[in-house]
Design a protein around this ligand. Structure first.
Ligand SMILES: Cc1ncc(COP(=O)(O)O)c(C=O)c1O
Length: 449
């Protein structure tokens, strides 16, 4: 059997990324560990530091993918890595009672996130959102959940529907996977984002049966859709009126847009919050938090009746990473820096688009940005994105990758700026963007896409 090292060694005449991916495919279906890591062409990262990645060929990229959002400080960020190493030299995982690290992290989350009075740690965003759904059903004794077209909340049956839907199934029947339980999908109702009437209608159609409303306060799983303040406030009012649990899925927005999550920016407080990703700058940890009276239902408390468990919950490496990350967010001008660079990137892209008369829409918030391939317009919900040209979106990003700027070549995916990016990185990326846009529109003119 050829070893991976040997494959790389012999890759001088062929692309080492392709060779490694080919070898991976022999042992793993598709050769990737997550469906949305499929990239064309394949890109296998050998090392990373700060704002940069290096692939198996040794080529450098300015990274805006940020592993789908966790990397907020920069890759292998010294303050985080050092804290993790120092911690795991003396403590790891015990599976009994608690640790001083877990207590410290819980205190920090409660201190910073406005709506959170108590918190539980888990390992992934999907686990966190799963528990918000189960808890919502337990406390209300109801069955149905409302979600929004375009929002992603994880891979389990209750919520995996209507994320990036084909035009004919927008807001309709669009389960995300084979093997899902029909009843689970049916018990999740899909509404239009920024459309309170659609929510009122769903509540009327299911009297006394809506347990929870879950949303990404900014739906970043389709790029960036900004919420109307009146929409968020309206959801809060509906939930108060109908005794429905309001859940903010802040897995992307939490810590990235503000140390207190988007709720600290918009001033609307959910009953439950799911968090993950940027909380630990890339280490696998997530959290569910909320009102004490709701959280008290979990059976981590003697007498609680909502099951909560996980062998790896609170692993010291991840808790240490989260503590170090939160410390950086609290003591350095991380958000000021990444918001300034985000604005520089969006302004720069806007100028390029305008100067060249390209039919594109720049979108984003804070450190997040993207470029849709459709004429400029406000994006209020997923319907507006149906005009986005998917082939151009992907091709443009492939052109960027060729030019050493990594935005994952996948439709509607967003980009993230970290504390390690500099103004020079943004300016270099904007030069590459102008060039990549020219190549993309030239390919379209030549009918190659
Ligand atoms: C908003 C949101 N919620 C939940 C999840 C699920 O998180 P995980 O992939 O860690 O399970 C994601 C993942 O992308 C997400 O973007």
């Amino acid at each position: 059997m050829t070893t991976t090292a040997a494959v790389i060694e012999t890759a001088t005449t062929r692309d080492a990324n392709v060779l490694l991916h080919e070898e991976a495919k022999r042992f793993t279906p598709g050769g990737v560990q997550t469906a949305i890591r499929i990239a064309d062409p394949p890109l296998c990262i050998r090392k990373a530091q700060g704002a940069y990645l290096w692939d198996e060929n040794g080529k450098r990229y300015i990274d805006y993918h940020a592993a789908f959002a966790p990397i907020i400080l920069g890759h292998c960020y010294p303050a985080v890595v050092e804290r993790v190493i120092e911690t795991i030299r003396q403590t790891d995982l015990y599976g009994v009672t608690t640790t001083y690290l877990e207590v410290e992290l819980a205190k920090k989350i409660v201190e910073h996130v406005p709506s959170i009075e108590q918190v539980l740690l888990c390992c992934t965003g999907s686990e966190a959102t799963f528990h918000t759904v189960r808890l919502s059903r337990a406390v209300t004794g109801r069955r149905k959940i409302i979600k929004f077209q375009g929002c992603y909340h994880g891979w389990f049956d209750y919520v995996l529907r209507n994320v990036i839907s084909a035009p004919d199934v927008v807001n309709k029947w669009d389960p995300g996977s084979a093997g899902m339980l029909r009843e689970a999908v049916e018990h999740t109702i899909v509404c239009r984002f920024n459309d309170l009437d659609s929510v009122e209608q769903a509540v009327r159609d299911n009297p006394g049966d809506v347990a929870g409303i879950i949303l990404e306060p900014i739906p970043h799983n389709v790029g960036c859709i900004l919420p109307d303040q009146s929409f968020l406030e309206g959801l809060r009012a509906i939930c108060d009126r109908e005794d429905i649990v309001l859940v903010f899925d802040e897995v992307i927005t939490g810590f990235r847009h503000n140390i207190g999550g988007y709720q600290a920016i918009c001033g609307v407080t959910p009953d439950l919050t799911a968090m993950g990703k940027a909380i630990a700058n890339g280490f696998p940890i997530a959290a569910i938090g909320g009102k004490r009276e709701l959280m008290q239902r979990f059976n981590t408390r003697v007498g609680g009746d909502v099951f909560f468990s996980g062998t790896f919950n609170g692993h010291s490496s991840c808790v240490a990473a989260a503590l170090a990350t939160i410390e950086c967010l609290a003591t350095r001008d991380v958000h000021g820096h990444i918001f300034r660079l985000g604005e520089r990137m969006r302004d720069g892209l806007g100028s390029i688009v305008k100067r060249n008369g390209y039919p594109c829409t720049v979108a984003g918030f804070g450190s997040v940005y993207t470029l849709y391939f459709m004429s400029e317009r406000p994006v209020k919900n997923y319907d507006a994105l149906l005009d986005n040209d998917k082939a151009m979106y992907v091709r443009y990003r492939q052109e960027l990758v060729k030019r050493g700027v990594f935005e994952i070549p996948m439709n509607l995916k967003r980009n993230h700026i970290s504390y390690s990016h500099t103004e020079a990185d943004i300016d270099l990326s904007l030069e590459a963007a102008e060039d990549a846009l020219q190549a993309t529109f030239a390919a379209r003119a030549a009918k190659k896409i």
